[in-house]
Ligand binder design. Sequence first.
Ligand code: BYC
Length: 481
Amino acid sequence: MPDGNAVDYATSIPNNVGLSDDRRVLKALEKWHPGYLNWWNEMGPEGFQESLVYLRTAVGVEPGGWAKFDYVRMPEYRWGVLLAPQEKGRLIGFGRHKGEPAWHEVPGEYRSMLQRLCVIQGDTEPASVEQQRHLGATAPSLYDMRNLFQVNVEEARHLWAMVYLLQKYFGREGRAEADGLLERRSGDEDKPRMLGAFNEATPDWLSFFMFTYFTDRDGKMQLESLAQSGFDPLARTTRFMLTEEAHHMFVGETGVSRVIARTCEAMRCAGIEDPYEINRIRALGVIDLPTIQKKANLHYSLSLDLFGSEISTNAANAYSNSLKGRYREDKIDDDHELLNDTYPVLRPTNGSVELIDEPALTALNMRLRDDYSRETDSGVRRWNRQVSKSDINFTFSLPAVSFNRSIGVFSGISAGPDGKSISSEEFVDRKDEWLPSLDDGAYISSLMQQIIEPGCFARWIAPPRVGIDNKTGDFEYVKLQ
Ligand code: BYC
């Protein structure tokens, strides 16, 4: 049995959960493995399964120093089951079981609720791989291609993380759900993925960066909430997933920032000051700032939907039952039960929006979404610093939460990015001002061409400031076969 930190590579499935002594679960995972590989080969990065990719693989779960970098063919990546180290004597930190020892088995009365959380979480992971499977063909550099594949193999490992929980703790139903995770497909009419944003296309690299900035950050918030869970295996699994997630958001934030940097540089060199001279800017072969803003509008609003309804009894029950906490619950100074507390929730009223105090328990989705918006906004401010360095008069901003929503209290109303209520006809008329139009999509697509010379970058994106694993600029991150 490994010490809880070291990863056991002796079994076919690397793990730090003692799988070699847990024959039942090992067998179930081994049975699931071929279907998983079929899924990866069918739905994973298209055209690069034979390439050698410079990837990091987890070799331990202790803070710092857990990753080993080497060239790997993606189908040979050692996807494993890795949980953060167990905290001895951990007590539940919130809800009606606050102060009780954390559970190491599923409490019978919460079985279906916990299973649902694991299934939803698990469903998003392969969905994102499916959404991104065509992007290798248009990677703007080997550096970016490698980052895409790193994100893909790690999201796929997150699928393993949830499948392990389902197979170990949820019996036959869990095994059926684990199979179901390989059957649904992003965007499929008959068998779509469970949450809206995971059925949208990721047609180009700007979308990929926006997705990893905005949508992976929803992943972070949800994982942080699950990391508080009274069900210790879920808390430990998600804690380790969070360490991988950080790189994904880095890819997104720096990716967008590099696109902005390149656009600003090209505008400066060409003597263009007005960011709305779109045709002139596009003639330089870069993506104009207003189009980048439209992409941000789209991905932010799609990601807000992932928080569910502002008022949710599901969320209240998950909290009261000590299954899903708040963002950084352990850092919050209150009673961690919220029985008598309120939280201000935005609601549409007579053409505008109002903050109305609601019971804090049912408002937990709204609270998490607010935490998300705050964090998201700080990255947008960093993008703005990039623009202001170039003396270009343009400011990126997040659209109002009422803009372009399909879930929650704003789903039935139309609003512009400034939050002002408008008629649905006006929304349709002006949509192309606020969200990427077909023309915008076609222009961005026209820029998407694969660059495979080491150290070279497509002209619409600036090189990164530092390489992965401190490699030099001309490092061959992917050896194409
Ligand atoms: N699309 O009470 P409600 C990530 C459903 S991302 C479709 O409003 P609740 C990642 C909901 O399921 C993080 N359906 O919401 C990122 C429910 O259906 P049922 C993934 C939706 O339950 C990038 C009904 O509407 N993890 O990791 O309080 C790359 C009413 O639900 C949507 C999680 O989300 C939607 N957007 O909250 C890779 C954590 N929203 O049950 C990975 C686990 C709601 O009536 N999930 N519905 O049939 C949860 O905690 C919650 O289920 C949700 C929804 C936050 C998703």
